[in-house]
Design a protein around this ligand. Structure first.
Ligand code: CTP
Length: 406
């Protein structure tokens, strides 16, 4: 019997079938087992033949406290349970690491080993934690497979950016065990935003002038991070697209790091569709057109000539989407005067539903500070909130989002 997700907040006593694919990240699956068992989860481990090249069946079964399933034609297993029942008895199937090959076989409906057969036969929720070389992750074939699997309701956690075992850097590194466990925990928690997808942009963007200089702003990313955390706490699956910030990433949220406005635009496109999108980033309006290839030197012959061109307006692009527009699009407005008036015209100009306006005059200490004084502008009017911490603003906004989407 397949249990509906989110019947209870508890992860305890759930049965999670863990498919361990073949990849260097397989060693992290041992830590995932340990953390899930600490939460009283029953683990049914399935080790692919490639996975067994990286971790031993003995260590997996010892940590899981359960027999490791490996072969499709294990007669004892077929007599006692069968691969179909095995998949169906699980509340959730977690594939970690999910290799490019395993995802390709899933996307094309193959069932040529125990893992893919279980995945084809199951009606449980499936979560993939991909791990592969950056070029494999970015290959159009993998992009297509990921899109297919996502469109079929399969959830993803990661991959993250980082140094890879192969010596390259970029997306492809498996999410950390704590992140994967938090994502799984989130799937069993029932909040008003369970089943909803949220996209949040946050932080500044950096626009290069030359290899050592860039244009930036004072945004700390604190407000956007807090919003991502608050939406996640209400059960949403959250993608946070963040410019360069020093604040710690919220747990259980997929974070995509970018530098420039154009990278942020691309990351936002890749993260859609979403039910709600909150644009808290302080995106640079302009970028340098003539970015210098080498460091600009003092020549004694006058100042360097820097030309600007406009960056894409991410909020306006999403706010005016003809198809696939999130149900609720929320913009921010950083203003120094006529806060409500400017925010109201920004709301119409950018095609968003709500604008969270804040006074960023230097004396308020809001930009880069821990507090915010917000004026919320919607089609129903203007609501001015008391000055409060950015976390409190985030919680209040997330509650309003939950009410709007319910
Ligand atoms: N925004 C965006 N892309 C841009 C510029 C801004 O997505 N290129 C978003 C911000 O994330 C914010 C909203 O637009 O949600 C308003 O940003 P703000 O800086 O207040 O407004 P601007 O569009 O830059 O307008 P102005 O500087 O004239 O006030």
């Amino acid at each position: 019997m397949c249990l509906p997700m989110g019947e209870t907040r508890m992860l305890a006593s759930r049965r999670i079938l863990l498919v361990i694919g073949g990849g260097i990240a397989a060693y992290k699956s041992l830590e995932i087992i340990r953390r899930l068992r600490e939460r009283s989860v029953e683990i049914i481990p399935v080790l692919t033949s490639a996975g067994a090249e990286f971790v031993t069946p003995l260590s997996v079964s010892a940590l899981a406290g359960n027999q490791v399933h490996r072969d499709l034609f294990d007669l004892t297993m077929e007599a006692e349970m069968g691969h179909i029942a095995l998949g169906r008895s699980a509340d959730l199937i977690l594939v970690a690491p999910a290799t490019a090959n395993l995802m390709a076989r899933m996307a094309t409906g193959q069932a040529d080993d125990l893992a893919t057969t279980i995945l084809l036969a199951t009606c449980a929720k499936v979560v993939l934690a991909p791990a592969m070389n950056v070029r494999m992750w970015e290959n159009p074939a993998t992009r297509r497979n990921v899109a297919t699997l996502k469109s079929e309701g399969i959830a993803f956690v990661g991959p993250n950016d980082g140094d890879m075992a192969c010596g390259e850097f970029g997306p492809g590194r498996m999410a950390e065990p704590a992140e994967i466990v938090a994502a799984v925990e989130n799937m069993f928690s029932r909040g008003p935003l369970t089943g909803k997808k949220a996209l949040v942009t946050s932080g500044p963007t950096h626009e290069p002038i030359d290899p050592v200089r860039y244009i930036a702003n004072r945004s700390s990313g604190m407000q956007g991070n807090a919003i991502a955390r608050a939406l996640k706490a209400l059960g949403a699956e959250v993608v946070l697209v963040s410019g360069p910030v020093d604040v710690a990433s919220p747990e259980g949220v997929r974070v995509v790091r970018v530098q420039t406005a154009r990278e942020m635009m691309d990351a936002v496109h890749s993260a859609l569709p979403a039910d709600v999108a909150v644009f808290a980033a302080a995106v640079a309006d302009w970028r340098v057109k003539n970015v210098y290839g080498g460091k600009i030197k003092k020549t004694g012959k006058g100042l360097p000539k820097i030309e600007f061109e406009e960056n894409p307006d991410i909020l306006a692009t999403v706010g005016r989407m003809k198809s696939g527009r999130p149900e609720l699009v929320i913009g921010f407005a950083a203003e120094t005067d006529d806060i409500a008036g400017n925010a109201a015209s920004k709301r119409l100009r950018k095609g968003c539903d709500w604008v969270v306006a804040n006074d960023v005059s230097p004396e308020t200490g809001i930009m880069g500070g821990t507090e915010n004084a917000v004026t919320l502008v919607t089609e129903n009017g203007v609501d001015t909130w008391d000055r409060m911490s950015k976390n409190e603003v985030a919680v209040r906004l997330a509650d309003l989002v939950a009410r709007e989407l319910s």
